[in-house]
Design a protein around this ligand. Structure first.
Ligand code: NAP
Length: 288
């Protein structure tokens, strides 16, 4: 069992850190809003620290799941960042969805301290985090990955090294590009079915057994049909992810017309007050 710290107890981090504790690891948590860290400790045990540096001191491995590139830099770099508290030979695993550039930059910064760095964004949503069923796509070197994988196993159903530093984030971009158009497709299908006067339960029970089946359909059709979005993966975070994908495509020349369009649809949802709604809220702009 390892001594680990977990930085960022959000929708994803809170249950992920819980699975590490349940596996028997010695867990120290840090959360910017301290009340959440205190609640976690009261429920699960372990201990909390007021800064990333203090949480990281003395640990074998430090994991993080914060919002975006800037947040990630804040919890890793600087005098109160985790790297300042970590010893040479330890490992940092980042589960934030961030840019490939940020991963490469932090890999290089970590190396200066003798620390290993794995970019390890996740897929599977809030339910995947709560049920220890996340898919984890990693970038970094093979030795660091070999140390990371048994720890990640506490909350993952699949985990794979995709290539050098940044390759995990690039794989996550593919994941988000595939999801963007798909969620819009499910939203259009359900909104159409409702207008057509069909029983959506019956429709999904049939078509989810055929070629239209998807994770989004199976896990989101019910709440989409009911107009409930107060959970899950926030629209603000999806726009952050799609922004990362679009920026990367400008560099590598890939064409992302549907991704760019769906990004604009999400800006409509934000204007409707849906910044924290689940990404399945694309249907809300079709049914308003
Ligand atoms: P969230 O609920 O908004 O939680 C974000 C966490 O990061 C909170 O603990 C927040 O602290 C912390 N944080 C943000 N900025 C910070 C900063 N500058 N310094 C220190 N801590 C900071 O987000 P989430 O849904 O868990 O998502 C976290 C990451 O996972 C994101 O990159 C997201 O894209 C990715 N992701 C999410 C899902 C999903 O379904 N939710 C799925 C796959 C990937 P406070 O409590 O103080 O705000």
């Amino acid at each position: 069992m390892k001594s680990v710290a977990f930085l960022g107890l959000g929708v994803m981090g809170y249950p992920m850190a819980g699975h590490l504790k349940a596996r028997g690891h010695h867990v120290t948590v840090y959360n910017r809003t301290a009340a959440k860290a205190l609640k976690w400790v009261a429920e699960r045990g372990g201990r909390s620290m007021p800064t990333p540096r203090e949480a990281a001191e003395g640990q074998d491995i430090v994991l993080a799941c914060v919002g975006n590139d800037d947040d990630l830099m804040q919890v890793t770099l600087g005098p109160d960042g985790a790297f300042a508290g970590m010893k040479p030979g330890t490992l940092f695993i980042d589960h934030t969805t961030a840019s490939a550039d940020a991963a490469r930059e932090l890999h290089a910064q970590a190396a200066k301290h003798g620390i290993g760095f794995i970019d390890a964004p996740v897929s599977g949503g809030q339910a995947g985090a709560e049920n220890a069923a996340l898919t984890v796509m990693c970038g970094g070197n093979a030795n660091d990955y070999a140390r990371a994988e048994p720890v990640i196993a506490a909350f993952a159903k699949a985990c794979r090294l995709m290539g050098p530093s940044g390759a995990g984030q690039l794989t996550k971009m593919v994941n988000q590009i595939c999801i963007a158009g798909l969620v819009q497709g499910v939203a259009e299908g359900i909104a159409f079915g409702q207008k057509a006067g069909l029983d959506i339960e019956a429709v999904i029970s049939v078509i989810s057994k055929g070629a239209a089946q998807s994770w989004q359909m199976e896990n989101r059709y019910k709440t989409m049909a009911e107009g409930k979005f107060d959970f899950g993966f926030a629209v603000d975070w999806m726009r952050k992810d799609l922004g990362i994908c679009l920026a990367e495509s400008r560099r590598n020349g890939a064409q992302l017309p549907v991704t760019a369009l769906v990004d604009q649809f999400y800006s409509d949802v934000q204007a409707m007050g849906g910044s924290r709604w689940d990404t399945s809220s694309l249907i809300a702009r079709l049914t308003r």
